[in-house]
Design a protein around this ligand. Sequence first.
Ligand code: SME
Length: 137
Amino acid sequence: KDESKSVETRLGEICELLRSHVDYYDWVGFYFKNGDKEELKLGPYAGAHTDHTIIPFGKGICGQVAVSNQNFVVPDVAAQDNYIACSITVKAEIVVPLFVNGENVGQIDIDSNTPDPFTEEDERFLEFINQEVAKIL
Ligand code: SME
């Protein structure tokens, strides 16, 4: 195992890899529970800069997943009332929680500029990615 790269670097590389290899993945990032606070903090990401570096639990798609512990697939972000817009080009979003020893410690968040692109295959794939990520945290 190559220990020379930091977790941050590895997570950033995963984001870049996912974004560049899947044409409908336009923004890929990780959010993590911010210490003991009831909020998420933005971790490594690939894609456009976002101002949403802190998201309170319950707010937006990400904040809801922090509380529900469930995948959240949004085929049309315009149809969501509890949604935090990062870019006007985004049409759809998927958020999959990241568990370490059964605890929801964060999530992978993907925005798409394509309407309704996410399938169960994306859910299974991103669950697998998160399981692998959990091993290096
Ligand atoms: N859209 C998210 C906010 C994070 S940005 O997509 C990077 C939400 O509603 O929680």
